[in-house]
Design a protein around this ligand. Structure first.
Ligand SMILES: [Fe+2]
Length: 336
């Protein structure tokens, strides 16, 4: 790749010789015969590399090197020196020069040294660029992961709805209501998003429930009811490999009761994850207002009455209040 290179040497013959070599390599170059001139050139152009003579009258190359490194840290510097001055050249490398070449120049050595210095510079720039954009890349990556997780969850929800006619639409309505409650009660945004996902899949464990029981057109026998009651735990197992603990705990506990008489663990009050207490209210309301083969749907008002009756026993009082207040607004509806 062609680079802009600055030749700094007090001897015009050497500058000309180096210039021809650089042109042969396909680079563009400019010349400076002293330190002051070199700095002026660097100021006006974007140089990838400086070939810097160590011994010049006035400010020497060795003295100029730290100034260049300070002002133009992205510009590579190769020192040019007489054979006898190798130790100074090595000292310069410790101060940031990439390499040194000895006069008289051998074209191949010069080419190798320049290529190596430019390659090293390229890697350093790339490395810095990479570090600078790392944060952005990490964010893009985690957005992607979150998106594919969301897609997986949605696919699970569809799988359940395809199988269970009652659940169809139920998950979306519960999600909407649960999110509204969460927002009303000032739940942090991240938690609201978890509740949104949990609402969609809260009944996912029903995939593991016998289809005849699931779609039975009548009241369930006791053993059938016990079988259905396993769905929160089955849901927990289904989600374990893909979901985080908070989401799983909501799914696992959405049938707990505030008074500790729920299932599967009989958790009480604030021992029940907040998300689960919220989903429980949204779930119960939607269940009551949905028609079942063995009973008609309750009206919105009747269902709200039932929620009030269960306030503090079946349901978290604050969550119940938030939901009732939301439903008090005419425009709010989570019904079909
Ligand atoms: Fe459920």
């Amino acid at each position: 790749m062609s680079e802009r290179i600055l030749i700094v040497d007090d001897e015009s013959g050497i500058r000309a010789l180096l210039g021809i070599s650089l042109l042969k390599m396909g680079h563009i170059y400019n010349e400076a015969s002293n330190a002051r001139d070199a700095l002026a050139q660097l100021e006006s152009g974007d140089y990838g590399l400086v070939l810097l003579d160590i011994s010049m009258p006035g400010i020497t190359g060795r003295e100029l090197l730290p100034v260049i490194k300070e002002k133009y840290p992205d510009t590579a510097v190769i020192m040019a020196t007489a054979l006898s001055d190798a130790s100074t050249a090595i000292a310069c490398m410790k101060e940031g020069a990439y390499d040194y070449i000895t006069k008289p120049f051998d074209f191949n050595d010069l080419q190798t040294s320049i290529n190596r210095a430019l390659e090293k510079r390229r890697l350093e720039l790339e490395n810095r660029e990479y570090k600078e954009h790392l944060e952005e890349k990490v964010k893009a990556q985690s957005d992607k992961i979150r998106q594919s997780f969301f897609n997986a969850i949605t696919a699970l929800a569809y799988a359940l709805e395809a199988r269970d006619t009652y659940t169809s639409g139920h998950s979306n309505r519960v999600t909407e209501a649960a999110v509204a409650i969460a927002q009303k009660t000032g739940v942090p945004m991240e938690m609201v998003e978890t509740i949104r996902l949990a609402g969609k899949v809260h009944d996912i464990g029903k995939i593991g429930i016998n289809e005849n029981v699931l779609n039975k057109p009548g009241k369930l026998a006791l053993d059938e009811y016990e079988h259905v009651k396993r769905h929160p735990e089955i849901g927990k197992h289904i989600l374990e490999p893909i979901a985080d603990d908070v989401l799983i705990s909501i799914v696992a506990h959405h049938h707990e009761r505030y008074d500790g008489k729920g299932y599967p663990d009989g958790l009480k009050e604030s021992d029940i994850p907040l998300g689960a207490r919220i989903v429980a209210v949204a779930d119960a309301f939607d269940a009551m207002t949905s028609e079942r083969p063995y009973r008609a749907a309750l009206s919105r008002e009747q269902a709200l009455e039932e929620l009030k009756k269960g306030r503090g026993t079946q349901f978290d009082p604050d969550v119940t209040d938030a939901f009732i207040s939301l439903m008090g607004k005419q425009e709010t509806s989570f019904q079909k």
